[in-house]
Write a protein that binds this ligand. Sequence first.
Ligand SMILES: Cc1cc2nc3c(=O)[nH]c(=O)nc-3n(C[C@H](O)[C@H](O)[C@H](O)COP(=O)(O)OP(=O)(O)OC[C@H]3O[C@@H](n4cnc5c(N)ncnc54)[C@H](O)[C@@H]3O)c2cc1C
Length: 285
Amino acid sequence: MPKAYDLVVIGGGPAALSAALYGARLGLNLIAYERKAFGGALSQIARISNFPGFDGPGLDLGAKIKEQAVESGAQFAYGECTDIRREEKRYRLTIDDEVVLARSVLIATGSEPRSLDVKVDVPVSYCALCDADLAKGKNVAVIGGGNSAAQESLVLSPIVEHITLLSRSKMRASINLQKRMSQLNNINVVEEAKLSSELLNGFDQIFVFIGHQPATSCLGSLEKHEDILDKEGYIQTGFKDRSPHGLILPGLYAAGDVRSGSVRQAITAAADGVEAVLEIAEHLK
Ligand SMILES: Cc1cc2nc3c(=O)[nH]c(=O)nc-3n(C[C@H](O)[C@H](O)[C@H](O)COP(=O)(O)OP(=O)(O)OC[C@H]3O[C@@H](n4cnc5c(N)ncnc54)[C@H](O)[C@@H]3O)c2cc1C
């Protein structure tokens, strides 16, 4: 028999963890499935100092929220959701090779980095904090021209031998970040760079920071539904008579960075998860 829950949360970032905390405290029988690392994008933040009441590594913030949720009775498991199907009055989810049933589903899958569109033979990474160790003492290229590329270059600078920051356009990072980079003697910025395999294969390792895209692969066949996604591919909620976080089908909700119109901050994702779970508890009544 497949396992059955009041609520299955997909994701393990601040939106999912906060929803799990509040949902468990409301007495819902719930589980959150995460495909990579609990904490979500928080795991990539060396120091988060704009989350009210917390100042420290993002990883610690994620672990704290998860701990509170576990104490309240929430369940967590690793697994990737690849399909969601409506079946009579419940949902049938595919989590890795397993089928899980749920009266309601909260999609809190956030966003994922845009991949490099140039073929390279050297290692490519999308997270400085995660992979800096592999680049110790190496000659690396950072690709991107925004705040992320600049911030990640500052993280890499004390660890690697040299950084060439390649921006396809003029730099868009804040003046403050650009000033900090210019004070370091191992960062060289190249604007309006033409990226080619030949150029990039000349580095030991490439770090890519060219924006994010919504992570919606969990929708499976639902993704084809014309009203599910907005033009940029984010999940649309709040249709006609649906509550603000509700999708086109009853019992199906979204929260956090994956939701159309999100401001993409840790605190707003956490609050969004909470608002969504309050709507879900109301729906389940
Ligand atoms: C480098 C970086 C620095 C940042 N700095 C700050 C900052 O200083 N302050 C701030 O407030 N915000 C910051 N942010 C933004 C903040 O981290 C995000 O707004 C927030 O984490 C979004 O939370 P979320 O729960 O919606 O999604 P995420 O944190 O992205 O979590 C989504 C999770 O869902 C999982 N997932 C996706 N698809 C599936 C699937 N099919 N099945 C199972 N699991 C799945 C993913 O693996 C991921 O762990 C930063 C983000 C980045 C990338």
